[in-house]
Design a protein around this ligand. Sequence first.
Ligand code: LFR
Length: 494
Amino acid sequence: AGEAVFAAVDLGATSGRVITGRVGPGKLELAEAHRFANTPVRLPDGLRWDVLALYQGMLDGLREVGRTGPVASIGVDTWAVDYGLLDGDGALLGLPFHYRDARNSGAAERLPDGCGVRELYAVSGLQHLPFNTVFQLLAHRTTAQWEAARTLLLMPDLLVHWLTGSVGAEITNASTTGLFDARSGDWSDALIGRLGLERALFPPLREPGAPAGTLLPHVAEYTGLPGGTPVTTVASHDTASAVAAVPATEADFAYISCGTWSLAGLELDGPVLSEESRAANFTNERGVDGTIRYLRNIMGMWLLEECRRVWERAGAPLGLGGLLADAAGSRPFAAVIDPDDASFLAPGDMPARIDAYLLRTGQTPPRTPGGYVRCVLESLALAHRRTLRRAAELAGRDPVRIHLVGGGSRNELLCQWTADASGLPVTAGPAEATALGNILLQARAHGLVDDLSGMRRLVAGTQDLRHYEPRGNRRDWDRAEDRIGLRHDQAAAG
Ligand code: LFR
């Protein structure tokens, strides 16, 4: 078998990257071609993605790639749920909204009688997040733009459309809209109809691995890549790509994809749509090859990113390394938060919000940045364990290891504390799981890798991983969690 180079465009909430991956037998090597900031812009009517800057960053990255030679194909992944609307001429109507825009709070109240959150869950199996596409659409449809809208494209599908002219809805990401049927694996005509949305807005679904067209002539010219360079559909939801690249070699594993969000859960063969699962707010998002990503969103590194933004603005730029060293030296279990408290979702003064949460729960706010960092990381470790225990219980599984992938896997404190709190060994890495998943889906479509487990074996055999064994006393973690009243009683699980 041969060897080939693929390009992955991977856009995250804070930065975008274009990365190349060389794949061959026993070989999987990444090289970053270009990295650029993703800076949302607040307009009078809300928080928007600067989609033109993202597109331009992607083109510049592909031009860097073009300097080094041709690629076998290109794949695009981004965060989920957000979308652009196209008019009948194919023009983008306005700038896509950011999922953290305030217009989404309260969107669930716009659901019509007889089609409430229970009915939505029974079909879509999607966790209730205020920014799910379905709620954004119910807010959007009162605007003038809505009248002109003919096609809805999720972010990666929009970028692929601009690269190739082709129109489609990639299935892993479509499953985050709330308008997708978790059982049938198709758009839910029933939900779309009951909510009074136009069925024609939603393009035909595409599976990861399917061809998505070739570069338009002006794109080929700008990037220097050969005309006819194919774009391959990947698992365009970044979390689905990351889960596809989890280096699991055992069957019973749990994963945490940790970046701006921590997505913690299990890979299942079928959805869990019970009322219990809904009440626990677990999602059944689509993975590669019809698998289900049974997981919950945990607020993740966002808490730390926003703290650092505030400290930097206050003129105290603190490097991450220094902050983590200070956190390691701060008093353990001094303060605990529920990372998923709604007050932490929107951009803003995170240290002040943490203070408010702590005062509300009878705790004392930290006095140093290191104290806040310790509070955030210990609280995330607890949220990781809480979420994975509940997922295992609801799905009737018994994971023996946690794979922690994504940028957060570089954070040794978080990895160790996740192991300590949960009592399970943690394998950390790769940090670039999303880009690897993107590349591997393309490599598979080109016949260089066999199947999902072959992809994972290749990651396990080629990438640097670290192992953390649980240490310390789990009782300390229990007591800390009791303070926020969120302890999950394992006795109930038997
Ligand atoms: C992670 C992620 C999550 C999704 C959130 C918002 O980057 O894609 O999976 O819930 O962003 O789209």
